[in-house]
Structures are given as C-alpha cells and as structure tokens.
Design a protein around this ligand. Structure first.
Ligand SMILES: *[C@@H]1O[C@H](CO)[C@@H](O)[C@H](O)[C@H]1NC(C)=O
Ligand SMILES: *[C@@H]1O[C@H](CO)[C@@H](O)[C@H](O)[C@H]1NC(C)=O
Ligand SMILES: *[C@@H]1O[C@H](CO)[C@@H](O)[C@H](O)[C@H]1NC(C)=O
Ligand SMILES: *[C@@H]1O[C@H](CO)[C@@H](O)[C@H](O)[C@H]1NC(C)=O
Length: 547
C-alpha cells in the first residue's frame, strides 16, 4: 500500500503541530478558537490567577499580535488544587467554546485538563495595566458587525459566532475585551459609572480615555456611541464580596482581575473585593437645572409612576418627588399601571392627588381615559387654578379624537383647532397600538391665555425581546423597534394635523417613549410631527441628556 507511509507522515506532523501550540495560537485572532473541539497537549503557561472552578494561565512565549490573547482560562474544579500562582506548568486538555445561552458570545477555554506538570515555581506575576501595557479600550464602536451604529436598522443580521470576524482591538470594544480574554489586568483609578446590582457587580471605567462623560461621572450614550470602554467588575475570585452600596462617581482602589466572558457580558473578575476610596456624594454637586419659580407661563412635568396602586407603600414617596423634584408643576403627564382587575384609575389618581395635597397643600385635578381591558394608561394631573381642559368632551376607550378647525375667525380662542374628544385617544383601532397604550391627547387653556395649547401623552411599546449590547447577535435587537416606529408615525401625524391647522400652535409631546432620542423611532417622530427635542431647543450638552 503506497499511501500508508504518506498518511503516517501527515498524522505525525499534525501531532507535533498540536504539541507546539502556544496560548495565542489556541486563542487565534478571532472570537472563536481555530482549534475549538480539538485536543491539545503540552500547553505551557504561567499560572496568573486561580478561581473557584479553574485557573488562568499566560503564555511563556507571547507573540506580537494585539488581537491574540496571551492568556486562557482552564476549566476544572480540581486543576488548581496543587498549583500556586507563579507556577509555570504544562498541561493537556481540550479547546472548548462555552456559553450557557445561545444569545451570548462564547468563552474560549481549555477543558478536561490532565497531565498537569509544574516546570518551575515562584515566578513573578505582573498584571497588564489597561491603557499602558495594553491598548486603551475603544470608546465608540462595539464590533465590526454593527454597521457603524449599534442601534442601526436592520438589526439581528449577523451573529459573531457564525461570522467570527478577525478582532480589531484598536476599533471595536468587544474585540478589545476579547483580545484580553483570560488575561490578568489592572484598572488604574477605577470609577463607578452606575450603582452595583445586588451581587455587587459594578460598571466602571479606568483612567483611560472615555466619551460621553457627564457631570455626575456617568457615561451618556449618544448617536452611534454606546461606550464600549465601560466594563463590569464581577464576583471576586477569592470568595469575598464587592460592596453593593457604591454610587455612580465613587472611586475605587486600583482593581486587578481577569477578563472573562460571564453571563453574556465581558467582565473583569477581581482577585479580591473592590474597595471604595472616594465617595461620589462628596464630589458631585446636585444639578443646578432647577426652576427658579419665576416662570410666568405654564410649568409642565412628566413622571412614569410605574406600578402604583392606591395602597402602594411608595405612593407618598412619589408624591414627595412631584413636590420636591418636579416642583408641583401646573400640568403633569403620568402613567399609572398595576392591573388589579379594576379598570378605573380613579382611586389611584385620587390617592396620589390627596397625598400631594397633604404634603404640599397643592390641589390637583386629573384627566384620563379608561382603557377597555388592561389597566396601564396615561393620565394628566393639573392645577385647575392655572390650567383647565379647553372645550372638554370626555372620550371613551374606543373613541378616536380628531383635530378640527375652530369655529372662530382664526384669531383668539375661537379660531384655535379643537379636539372632538378632549381628553381623547389617537386612533385606538390602529394596528400600531396592538398590545400597546394609545396616546392620550388633550387641549388646555391656561388662565388668561389667548390660545389653547395641546399635549400628547405617550407610552410607546417597551423594548421587550431586545438583546444585549455585549451579545452574539449584531447589531443587537432593539426590541419592538418596528412597533415604536409605527407608533411614532401615528403620533407624529396627529400632531402634524394640529400644526397644519395652526402653525403657531403650542404642542407638548411627553411621557414614556421607551427609546433613546437618537434612535430611529424618535427620528421618525421628529420628521413626521415637525417637533424638536426639547434638549435640542435648550441646547443642553449632549452628554447631559439623560434622566
Ligand atoms: C513541553 O513543553 C516544554 C516547554 O514548555 C518543553 O520543555 C517540553 O519538551 C515539551 N514536551 C514535549 C513532550 O513536547
Ligand atoms: C443568531 O443566533 C440566534 C440565536 O441566538 C438565531 O436565532 C439567529 O437565527 C442567528 N442569526 C443569524 C443571522 O445567524
Ligand atoms: C372617584 O373616587 C372618589 C373617591 O374615591 C369618589 O368620590 C368619586 O365618586 C369617584 N369618581 C368616579 C367617576 O368613579
Ligand atoms: C407613515 O404612515 C403612512 C400611512 O400608513 C405611510 O404612508 C408612511 O410611509 C409612514 N411614514 C413613515 C415615516 O413611516
């Protein structure tokens, strides 16, 4: 058999190739390992950290490629038992791509470690300082598969796990973190950009360049920039617990830990619990963007008082917010849910109004339209000594209010556009509102004003079904975005009708749009309605545009 010796040669060279693999070669320069599913032998690395279920090893023969991580996680609950940080070891195992959910990016790891041998001990382990020993995290884009806009449409067109793009850690945030997978890193001057979750997981940035930094030390997302430079600090490897009391802006001692893909996000798992050094409350002054009480027109506030019922323990707190933060505005858009089988929101709104009255002496009236089934709906609170409904005509759940020309000569109250139902709902039968809340429209007259003004109180569909910015699916799914675009069109068209009849009409659209100001539904809304975002009108700096 002539072919047999040839086959033997091929097998032998494959064998020696596998034996020679470095950690960088195992990781490769993409998200997925070129050796996924393959057995590897005699992998050499320095033990840089130990976790409860495995160890992290770093290559002793690194390459010069920034895209290939020099470290890797070795999964095995007993692999670390007889090993110490600082040991240089060799081991055999299997290259595995692991994720616990199809929506996550894979973690490249070595599983089933065996034949672990210690070559030397007591070697120095030096973490890589992010931004000094590594590149700095990219600040704008997440991956090359997002088309330059993580909220761009269409979304969900590619999966990292399928395309497996070559990493560009200079351009893309997830590529950057992936290129350090398994690596021991230090964050200098870490600062919390969010309050931790109940496990103490905390989003931070270090001393590297950031975009969108706001005055309260948060990172504000803006058009095509969703801040991939932020990273989550997760559960410490040594079993200690991070504080759950940190606040946005708190500074921590330098954090050293390993980069790991956990629960669908890139994390740094610190060697030990993070320690706060400076508390934000001392450093961050409150906003000065407050009413001076000198407004000679109508003050308007908006507050989605989620899940409020007459018996809610937090009802007085909501009332206090309306008094202390919103300064008991003349008119308020709100949403009051909780489906308790009672369709009328009368009792809830009455309880809220009574609570505000008790705490501040201010008396509100309210207006809404009961929905036919589900209970969540928008409502208005208003101070009747300042504003009242203009030509009120209570709409029912299925009544579509329409804009009609006023009966006067175009000047003064009589000529202003009126609503056939006031308050009323916009096209309740329109498909765009299927399983969602219809906007509540009202025309108002302020005391002494010559013309009415109009409010559109929205609560567009929520982002249910959306996927994570750190997820496998690119660009990430912005849940129900098509629904909100349709809702933007219907809401915007209605407002355009008011403005067609009276180009000088004052219209406020407020409530819960369930969308970022720079994403398509709001662009559609602006284009169709001809309304302008209040943040644009007031020229608030882009990084201060958040609530
Ligand atoms: C395993 O790797 C070490 C160096 O990391 C080398 O000294 C040794 O010869 C290798 N063993 C085999 C069987 O290739
Ligand atoms: C991406 O993965 C999801 C599962 O998370 C799957 O439903 C979808 O079809 C995949 N899309 C592409 C373009 O491969
Ligand atoms: C609303 O509730 C108040 C107090 O509970 C009650 O006096 C009033 O009759 C109710 N109005 C309607 C329309 O149900
Ligand atoms: C808005 O809806 C109208 C009527 O259905 C449609 O003709 C138009 O294309 C839509 N516009 C946008 C921006 O979606």
């Amino acid at each position: 058999m002539k072919t047999t010796p040839v086959l033997c040669v091929a097998l032998a060279s494959l064998q020696s190739l596998a034996a020679a693999l470095t950690i960088a070669e195992i990781n490769g320069n993409k998200f997925l390992s070129p050796y996924s599913g393959k057995s590897v032998t005699n992998v050499t690395g320095l033990v840089i950290a130990k976790g409860p279920s495995g160890i992290f090893i770093r290559s002793t023969t690194p390459d010069d490629d920034k895209a290939t991580s020099e470290s890797i996680y070795v999964y095995g609950t007993s692999v670390g038992a007889n090993l110490a940080v600082g040991d240089v070891i060799t081991l055999d195992g299997k290259v595995t791509e692991y994720r616990s959910n199809a929506a996550y990016i894979y973690l490249t790891e070595i599983t089933s470690p065996k034949n672990v041998q210690v070559l030397s001990s007591g070697n120095t382990v030096t973490p890589l300082v992010i931004g000094k020993d590594t590149l700095s995290p990219p600040t704008v884009q997440y991956t090359s598969l997002d088309g330059g806009d993580i909220y761009g449409l269409p979304n969900g067109v590619a999966n990292i796990s399928v395309v497996n793009p070559v990493l560009d850690p200079t351009q893309y945030g997830l590529d950057f973190w992936e290129s350090l997978s398994g690596e021991l890193v230090t964050i200098k001057k870490p600062q919390a950009i969010k309050t931790p979750n109940k496990y103490g997981d905390t989003w931070v940035v270090g001393d590297w360049a950031t975009t969108g930094r706001n005055k309260h030390s948060g990172l504000t997302m803006s058009d095509k920039d969703s801040n991939p430079e932020a990273i989550i600090i997760g559960t410490p490897l040594d079993g200690t617990k991070n504080p759950t009391t940190a606040k946005m802006g708190d500074e921590f001692e330098d954090i050293t830990g390993v980069v790991q893909q956990v629960f669908g996000f890139y994390y740094i798992l610190p060697l030990t619990a993070v320690k706060t050094t400076t508390f934000s409350s001392a450093a961050v002054p409150p906003t000065t963007f407050l009413s001076q009480g000198k407004c000679t027109a109508v003050t308007v506030g908006s507050y989605n008082v989620e899940n409020l019922a007459p018996t809610s323990a937090h009802l007085p707190k909501v009332a206090a917010h309306i008094i202390d933060y919103l300064k008991t505005p003349d008119l308020m858009t709100t949403a009051v849910p909780t489906d308790d089988g009672v369709v009328s929101a009368n009792a809830t709104l009455t309880a809220l109004v009574n609570s505000i009255k008790t705490l501040s002496g201010v008396t509100y009236s309210f207006a809404d339209v009961d929905p036919p089934g589900g209970n969540i709906r928008q409502a208005y609170l208003y101070r009747p000594e300042v504003v009242s409904l203009y030509q009120p005509n209570q709409g029912g759940p299925n009544d579509a209010t329409a804009v009609v020309p006023g009966k006067g000569n175009g000047k003064g109250l009589g000529g202003a556009p009126t609503l056939t139902f006031n308050p009323g709902r916009i096209e309740p039968a329109n498909e765009a509102w299927k399983d969602s809340r219809k906007p509540l429209v009202a025309a108002w007259r302020a005391k002494g004003a010559k013309r009415p003004f109009y409010t559109v109180n929205v609560h567009w569909s929520s982002k249910g079904g959306g996927t994570s910015l750190h997820g496998d699916i690119r660009p990430p799914i912005n849940g129900v975005v098509a629904g909100r675009i349709a809702q933007a069109n219907v809401t915007g068209s209605f407002i355009a009708q008011i403005l067609a009849l009276d180009p000088t009409a004052k219209v406020i659209a407020a409530g819960d749009f369930n969308e970022f100001a720079f994403v398509q539904p709001m662009k559609t809304f602006s284009a169709v309605s001809k309304m302008v975002d209040l943040d644009e009108v007031t020229k608030i700096p882009i990084e201060e545009r958040y609530t």
